[in-house]
Design a protein around this ligand. Structure first.
Ligand SMILES: Cc1cc2nc3c(=O)[nH]c(=O)nc-3n(C[C@H](O)[C@H](O)[C@H](O)COP(=O)(O)OP(=O)(O)OC[C@H]3O[C@@H](n4cnc5c(N)ncnc54)[C@H](O)[C@@H]3O)c2cc1C
Length: 468
């Protein structure tokens, strides 16, 4: 196949789709998208049946198409908060977007089951046929995150043949067949499995949880952007965080102040977390997770044998009739601290440029591509690199705040952001009541703490050994 296009986009996950959506509305360019999966939507196509976003759908997806119904949930641990879209909703969303918007535009060619190799070779994984694609403008690498998930990753520990260890996709059907369940992994997927089991009445004492590291969690009440009645918690929460970033004397001091302000949470208040993966969790979810008393903290699993776990720090006996659920795929690990310019000659390397917001970042990078002169683009797109620890996150926040200041200084991007549904914070500020003294106090506090926060975050991250 011989093709010619303006943009060749590698990857049709959430990031590739957000970029293309904005390029289509901002320019009259033609795009070829390729993906080694059969359909768009990336890792969401293999997600476990009970997966949900941990942020509201109102700020996830692409700019031109709303995700979800903008409902407030009335039951369960998320009651009172904006709805969290489910895996099926998300895959349907991306499939519809491709079929009903991208392809009918006549400006997008989608090549599924097609791989891009590092040497630039493009080939069909089905037929083996090679394709030649002439790119008039830029190659766009939308495979930077390439999210690891348990269903497709390779486990780093051994499992004896007679032991059942499966991805969370199998949890609902397999759990009833075993005396107990052992969840391996302390991240978002592990917590999802536990909350799902508890929701369905599973006895917390039948759950074992291997959590080598404790984590900090963000508080969902500070991420409600649909309604300006949440201004104080959401924008006010951000203002409070910036005050803390500007004043904290060390990483642990920052953690303590964030927890005291209710912005960060941890499950066991007697243990200091060493992991920060930006999971957004409701306070009620933390309460549920605290019900698990069988938490195994002996480092990572090396091998699972019948009746026994071989861990980094020794062996642990465990009933032979246990279903093990592997939640150890580290979505973030591979790109922690990888940073390269987003805009390079003839190429765009999409990275997160606002903390924890891959979709908004990808859409904004497309807007920068369309609206900002070539030699100035990277000034608006400093990578806010991957995160694993609190120290990593300080650098992410500093880079993202610097970006925000640049965006605020640009009328071209200001106009785009006001209209962009993925930027919940900007629209809340746009719609704020400027005659309300409390609102003004919050906004002024953010303004005055911006620059000191950036400087201080870098300082305490460096003191903690991070290389900026
Ligand atoms: C359970 C779970 C919940 C999450 N919840 C949220 C949330 O609430 N909010 C949030 O912001 N983020 C969330 N995330 C993070 C999530 O990773 C991102 O939101 C987003 O889906 C990442 O999209 P992506 O396009 O970068 O990656 P992917 O979904 O991995 O898509 C990349 C695509 O590119 C393809 N590809 C890669 N390399 C090549 C190549 N060389 N040739 C061809 N194709 C290639 C891959 O096969 C894949 O289809 C969650 C992640 C998980 C696992």
């Amino acid at each position: 196949m011989n093709l010619e296009t303006d943009y060749l986009v590698i990857g049709s996950g959430a990031v590739g789709m957000a970029f293309v959506d904005t390029i289509l509305t901002e320019t009259d360019a033609h795009v070829v998208m390729l993906d080694d999966r059969a359909v768009p939507g990336g890792h969401w196509n293999e997600s476990y049946p009970f997966v949900r976003l941990h942020q509201s759908g109102s700020t996830y997806g692409v700019t031109s198409k709303p995700l979800g119904q903008s409902r407030i949930e009335t039951t369960g641990v998320n009651a009172g908060f904006e709805e969290l879209s489910s895996g099926p909703e998300i895959t349907r969303y991306y499939h519809e977007l491709m079929e009903e918007t991208f392809l009918p535009s006549g400006r997008v060619t989608f090549l599924p089951l097609t791989r891009y190799e590092e040497d630039g070779r493009i080939w069909s994984t089905l037929s083996g046929e090679e394709h030649t694609i002439k790119v008039r403008k830029k190659k766009v690498f939308a495979n930077y995150l390439t999210t690891n998930i348990p269903a497709t990753h390779t486990r780093k520990y051994e499992v004896a043949d007679s032991v059942t260890c499966l991805p969370p996709n199998d949890l609902p059907l397999q759990a009833p067949k075993f005396k107990q369940v052992c969840i391996i992994g302390g991240g978002k997927t592990g917590t999802d499995c536990i909350i799902w089991l508890l929701k369905h009445g599973y006895d917390p004492d039948r759950i074992h949880w291997i959590a080598p590291r404790d984590a900090w969690f963000l508080n969902r009440k500070n991420f409600q952007t649909l309604n300006n009645s949440q201004f104080e918690d959401t924008v006010g929460g951000q203002a409070k965080a910036m005050e803390i970033y500007a004043a904290a004397e060390s990483v642990t001091d920052l953690e303590d102040r964030m927890e005291e302000a209710g912005l960060w949470q941890r499950i066991d208040t007697n243990r200091r977390p060493t992991m920060f993966h930006a999971s957004i969790v409701a306070e009620k979810e933390i309460e549920e997770l605290r019900k698990i008393k069988n938490v195994i903290r002996k480092g990572h699993v090396q091998r699972i044998e019948p009746g026994k776990l071989v861990m980094d720090e020794g062996e642990v006996a465990i009933d032979a009739d246990t279903l093990f659920i592997d939640c150890t795929a580290s979505a973030f690990k591979d790109y922690v601290n990888v940073r390269e310019p987003v805009f390079q000659p003839g190429e765009i390397h999409i990275q997160v440029i606002r903390q924890f917001q891959p979709c908004f970042s990808a859409a904004l990078i497309a807007a920068i591509e369309a609206r900002i002169p070539e030699d100035d683009k990277n000034n608006y797109a400093r990578p806010a690199p991957g995160i694993d620890t609190t120290t990593d996150v300080l650098l992410v926040l500093a880079a993202a705040m610097e970006n925000t200041m640049m965006w605020m200084s640009s009328p071209e991007l200001g106009e785009w952001r006001s209209a962009c549904r993925l930027d919940g914070f900007a629209s809340m500020v746009d719609n704020a009541d400027m005659n309300d003294p409390k609102t003004m106090e919050i906004l002024m506090s953010m303004l005055s703490n911006g620059e000191p926060a950036i400087q201080n975050l870098r300082k305490i991250a460096e003191e903690a050994g991070a290389s900026s």
